[in-house]
Design a binder for this molecule. Structure first.
Ligand code: ADE
Length: 370
């Protein structure tokens, strides 16, 4: 093949629009997975599913979706909830700004939209957490509007079918892809068409080793014709991921442990954690724990034994977390570099929403104190 270049090549004529729609919809009618959000036409439930499905696989989302809808069956119930309750249900799903925005948006919908999700892509995009893709998904699936969607799965399908060799991250290629998605979406069955695209991308037209022999679009796929399907879409070389060494203190005062709430706008904002932070060059692990705990909560401690080492990978960096058992010595706990501080009994830790790496520390703590 011509090696895909950073320049955009648009080989999308003729479009074969109707063949694509017919083949895809027929395929979807017999191949759609039975997913809980496909059994409802409630815009609120569809919206919740689309937010959870951003950056997250279907298999992970199912249980979270079911638990969330059980606890908050209506937008009013969600609007009235405490953020802590929402984040506890989101614990482990990642990208917590999605949960915070969903909660904030529920209040907006109740206060400004009479409890009804708007049905146009322009109005939907005014709601916190709803971008162009999610607006298109909700408008088409919940309201039957012929709105396009474009996410990683759809990009992959379009780049392969039309042999688009440009970098999908570049504006010029993005424009072409959105235009194509808009032209292709079925005016009669926009929701099914968009879901069929998502489904094809998730189950057949996958990044490596795509199942081209099961593909309803194989005959018109330009990439397949040239055996280029695995080379498209164009991918930038991944940048090295930074690694941070983090220390935390499990600070005991009698039989209670100190936790703090992360600042709302920080990464993992609104979640609880054990106080700690980045170890600086030149300081020992124990010095770093004492400094971080003091800076965050104003408390002085004696740092004892290391409880565990936890590794965790986030989307843009990795951490190794060293957790130390500590003893309170003096000072009233204050929310200095955090939103709140609290002394809690070990058995109550599970009531609070913690980031995944902290959940691993709680497991180690439970195992050590059994
Ligand atoms: N990914 C994003 N939205 C989806 C949906 N409605 N069904 C399956 N996967 C999805």
């Amino acid at each position: 093949m011509n090696t895909p270049t950073a320049s955009t090549s648009n080989n999308c004529k003729p479009l074969k629009t109707s063949k694509i729609r017919v083949n895809l919809l027929k395929w979807f009618a017999t191949n759609a997975r039975d997913l809980p959000w496909r059994r409802t036409d409630d815009p609120y439930a569809i919206w919740v599913s689309e937010i959870m499905l951003q950056q997250t696989q279907v298999a992970t989302v199912i249980d979270y979706y079911n638990r969330f809808l059980k606890k908050f069956p209506t937008v009013e119930k969600l609007a009235r909830a405490r953020q802590d309750t929402v984040l506890k249900l989101w614990e482990g799903l990642g990208y917590y700004s999605r949960g915070r925005n969903l909660h904030k948006a529920a209040k907006v919908i109740v206060d400004d939209y009479n409890g009804q999700l708007p049905d146009t892509i322009d109005e939907l995009q005014k709601i916190p957490g709803i971008g162009r893709y999610t607006a298109g998904a909700i408008a088409s699936i919940a309201f039957g509007k012929p709105a396009p969607i474009l996410d990683g799965n759809v990009i992959r399908i379009l780049c392969r079918i039309f042999r688009i060799t440009g970098n999908p991250k570049e504006t010029e290629t993005q424009k072409i892809l959105w235009q194509l998605a808009e032209t292709l979406v079925s005016p009669k069955h926009p929701g099914d068409f968009n879901e069929a695209m998502m489904e094809l991308g998730a189950t057949v037209c996958v990044p490596t080793n795509p199942a081209c022999f099961d593909c309803p679009l194989q005959k018109i796929c330009q990439a397949y014709k040239r055996d280029e399907q695995e080379k498209l879409p164009y991918r930038q070389k991944a940048k090295p991921v930074p690694h941070y060494t983090i220390v935390v203190g499990i600070v005991y005062k009698n039989d209670k442990i100190l936790i703090d709430k992360r600042k709302q706008n920080a990464l993992l904002g609104g979640l609880w954690e054990f106080p700690g932070g980045k170890k600086q060059k030149g300081e020992s692990f124990k010095e770093a724990v004492a400094r971080e705990v003091k800076e965050e909560t104003a408390v002085d401690i004696n740092v004892g034994k290391r409880l565990c080492i936890v590794k965790h990978v986030y989307s843009h960096f990795k951490i190794t977390l060293h957790a130390y058992l500590c003893e309170y010595t003096s000072g009233a706990a204050k929310a200095l570099a955090c939103d709140a501080v609290k002394w809690v009994k070990p058995e109550d830790l599970e009531k609070y929403a913690f980031p995944a790496a902290n959940v691993k520390i709680i497991k180690a703590l439970n195992a050590a104190t059994k």
